[in-house]
Design a protein around this ligand. Structure first.
Ligand code: GDP
Ligand code: MN
Length: 387
């Protein structure tokens, strides 16, 4: 689960990291009042689930009301396209108006889960602000890492090593940077983060250490433990089809291809996508209806797949184990009546109650249905239908 920068800033602030004062706004008038309230120079920042905002023109320093007005108008009326969004970009619904700081230098601080080492790793760099991926690629030595014990967290000597990598001139600044790193680690542990990042952490011209951008991702499976995170969840920023699927206990991930997939079981869904690709097709989605799928769940799954304009054909691949083939057949028939199949639907059913399922489908006599004998046959037929 992702949160906005303003929410990540709030968690950081609560953990004791210094963050410039700011306000979240939802229209131009509110942006102007926020500017009046904060005073001085401000930075207007689009609140979207993607980085690279600076380069895209969605982080703007403003010195007066006119500048705030035009920055806010621009951001609310243009979709933000950056190297982290698709070409279609993202609409901006909220802005952060933050007190601006005079920057002396920019640093990078992050905590992520190192899956190979099975523990969190803290990374810092003196080359913050710019794209850290580029630093990692061209100058990996500029990133200093410390791996943390999952139970003990950040130990004193590790904090000292990380801070010294930043080469801060003053003792007070080093102390302040240490406090920020500790706060970030604390948030990471407390809220079951997958990623907690400050980029940039800055040293201001007057010698202050401040976090001026923050990004956090949380382990979805742990969100139920955190009321704070549940309250921060912003459904309007999520993929609407994925959200609908979640409400019906379906695992759905939208992809770019044109063959919709309806499969039971995550492993089978993966192999279905593989075999589609093997025969030259592109899946439009990953969809696992689950082992214990109901008729209603399966109908909803069809609705979600068929609502996607990109879908030119569907491949239904069901292995009846706990899920019964006849349940899926009934759902297919109901979906054909209710939603209507405008595209061919290739069906491969195998397992529990498959004979009954085949009878049902035959009786229903649906034009769009294309029966398949096995998985290879199904994949070939699906690819041929969309070619
Ligand atoms: P991102 O591009 O989405 O990562 O957005 P950031 O919040 O990191 O802002 C991008 C860049 O804008 C930063 O690296 C800074 O160089 C600049 N910036 C952001 N806030 C301020 C500020 O308060 N003062 C100054 N001078 N520059 C800022
Ligand atoms: Mn940033």
């Amino acid at each position: 689960m992702k949160v906005h920068e303003y929410q990540a800033r709030q968690l950081l602030e609560e953990a004791g990291a210094p963050v410039p004062p700011s306000k979240v706004v939802e229209n131009v008038d509110q942006a102007l009042s926020a500017f009046d309230e904060i005073g001085g120079q401000v930075v207007v920042k689009a609140q979207v689930f993607a980085g690279g905002r600076g380069k895209a023109g969605f982080v703007k320093l403003c010195n007066n009301r006119d500048e705030v007005k035009s920055a806010a108008e621009f951001m609310f009326s243009n979709r933000m396209v950056s190297n982290q969004t698709g070409p279609e970009g993202i609409a901006v619904k909220k802005l952060l108006i933050a007190s601006a700081v005079d920057i002396e230098s920019e640093y990078y601080v992050a905590v992520v889960l190192d899956r190979a080492k099975r523990c969190p790793v803290v990374m810092v760099s003196r080359e913050g602000g710019v794209e850290i991926e580029e630093v990692a690629e061209k100058n990996p030595d500029a990133i200093v890492k410390q791996w943390l014990d999952p139970h003990l967290g950040l130990l004193g000597f590790q904090q000292a090593k990380l801070v010294s990598a930043l080469h801060l001139a003053e003792k007070e600044q080093a102390k302040a940077a240490g406090k920020v790193i500790r706060a970030l680690v604390e948030v990471f542990y407390k809220y079951d983060c997958a990623l907690a990042e400050i980029n940039p952490l800055v040293l201001t011209k007057d010698g202050q250490i401040m976090a001026i951008d923050a990004k956090m991702n949380f382990d979805e499976s742990a969100v139920f433990r955190h009321k704070t995170l549940q309250d921060m969840f912003d459904p309007s920023e999520e993929n609407q089809a994925e959200l609908r699927a979640k409400e019906h206990n379906l695992s759905y991930i939208a992809l770019d291809g044109n063959i919709g997939c309806l499969v039971n079981g995550a492993g089978l869904a993966m192999s279905t996508m593989d075999i589609i690709k093997l025969h030259g097709g592109e899946p439009a989605n990953f969809l696992d209806v689950g082992g214990s799928v109901t008729k209603d769940g399966a109908i909803e799954a069809f609705r979600i797949i068929l609502a996607d304009d990109k879908v030119k054909g569907v491949l239904v691949n069901i292995f009846g184990g706990i899920a019964k083939c006849d349940t899926i057949a009934e759902a297919l028939i109901a979906a054909a009546k209710e939603v209507g199949f405008k595209v061919p639907v290739v069906v491969r059913l195998e397992g529990t109650n498959v004979e009954r399922a085949r009878e049902l489908l035959k009786e229903a006599n649906i034009d769009a249905l294309v029966p398949a004998d096995d998985l290879t046959d199904a994949a070939q037929k699906a690819c041929a239908q969309v070619a």
